[in-house]
Design a protein around this ligand. Structure first.
Ligand SMILES: Cc1cc2nc3c(=O)[nH]c(=O)nc-3n(C[C@H](O)[C@H](O)[C@H](O)COP(=O)(O)O)c2cc1C
Length: 331
């Protein structure tokens, strides 16, 4: 049975991908998580300058999901490249998420990360055969501590920042501008994370692909709020945030279905995946891979049980690979 999937030119041993923001810079869950269940981890979105994020409280449990208003708190790209990327030695691929307030910021981030991947270094004896070059060529493995990157995920869908973020992914024109700028600045595979647009998702997906996206992540969190009825005030310091978790799965499933019908690139589905059943629904809707997010806050064993459930399903139905049932619900 083959559980591997191909995202553009990147081969993943498993269809599960750790979603951005839930796995820090990739090493925070060491000892708690079995990274071998994952085909890849997406690191926390980095921006050019460090960001403090929004005022607390920044996370609220609303029963059917959680609302977060982290606000892209991150160390900034230079500290990420110097202090975090070098320590990344996971048994899965690493996708680096980038975000910005201006088109140029995305382009500069992509070009800085690209330059890092092009540095000539001698082969590393303990990790033979791995390519770190942005163009996927047989370039040597990193031994200079500069880490490894397999693809960039362009976050044009964060609802928690005042400038940029979701604003870029809300119309096809600005989507095209950001994705073209990133495409020109890097030879890494480019994955574009689109916002959960109830109407118009097709236009934004097409614009991203026309501008050179190799894959799409569908989708991010949904703008939402919670009110503390005793204080008669919004719970979150930023007033509103992004809803994730079980509550959003049926809505994001429809978006994945729509996206898979309008573009040819692989779709990385994300939104409320908690069980193997959720994951299988997304694959039947047309997803190539599955981003695992909030569930990890409740249960670190979820990825392993999702994989076991997918395998059982494939055995029961006689499927030899994920491709055998991808998009089958639409046939
Ligand atoms: C605490 C938290 C932080 C997040 N930070 C980011 C982020 O930095 N960049 C990003 O693209 N998405 C971020 N997300 C969104 C997730 O990557 C994912 O798209 C979303 O939570 C939906 O998946 P889920 O329902 O499985 O959690 C964050 C989500 C949560 C809950």
């Amino acid at each position: 049975m083959n559980l591997g999937v191909k995202i553009g030119r990147v081969d993943l041993a498993s269809p599960l991908i750790g979603a951005s923001g839930l796995f820090g810079y990739g090493t925070e869950h060491e000892g708690l998580l079995d990274y071998a269940s994952f085909g890849a981890i997406v690191t926390k979105t980095v921006t050019l300058a460090p960001r403090e994020g929004n005022p607390p409280p920044r996370l609220v449990d609303v029963g059917s999901g959680i609302i977060n208003s982290i606000g892209l708190e991150n160390v900034g790209v230079e500290a990420f490249m110097a202090d975090h990327l070098p320590g990344l030695d996971l048994p899965c691929k690493v996708f680096v998420s980038i975000g910005g307030a201006e088109v140029d910021e995305y382009a500069r981030l992509a070009s800085m990360l690209d330059a890092l991947g092009r540095r000539e270094v001698p082969n590393r004896s303990d990790a033979p055969g791995r390519s770190n070059a942005p163009d996927g060529s047989d370039a040597p493995n990193r031994s200079d501590g500069s880490g490894r990157i397999d693809a960039l995920e362009v976050n044009i869908s964060c609802p928690n920042v005042k400038k940029g973020g979701i604003a870029f992914g809300q119309d096809p024109f600005s989507t095209r501008q950001v994705v073209s700028a990133v495409r020109e600045a890097t030879r890494y595979p480019v994955i574009v994370k689109v916002p959960p647009l109830i109407s118009g998702i097709e236009q934004v997906c097409r614009a991203a692909c026309d501008a050179g996206a190799d894959a799409l992540t569908v989708a991010n969190t949904y703008p939402a709020m919670a009110i503390d009825i005793d204080r008669a005030r919004p719970v979150l310091g930023a007033l509103s945030g992004g809803l994730s978790g079980g509550a959003i799965k049926p809505v994001s499933l429809l978006l994945v279905w729509k996206a898979a019908r309008c573009v040819d690139v692989p779709i990385l589905a994300g939104g409320g995946i908690e069980t193997a059943r959720d994951a299988i629904e997304y694959i039947l809707a047309g997803a190539h891979a599955l981003q695992i997010g909030s569930v990890i806050l409740k249960c670190t064993g979820a990825p392993a049980s999702i994989m076991a459930g997918i395998e059982d399903y494939m055995k029961t139905h006689g499927y030899g690979s994920i491709g055998d049932f991808r998009g089958k619900a639409a046939e």
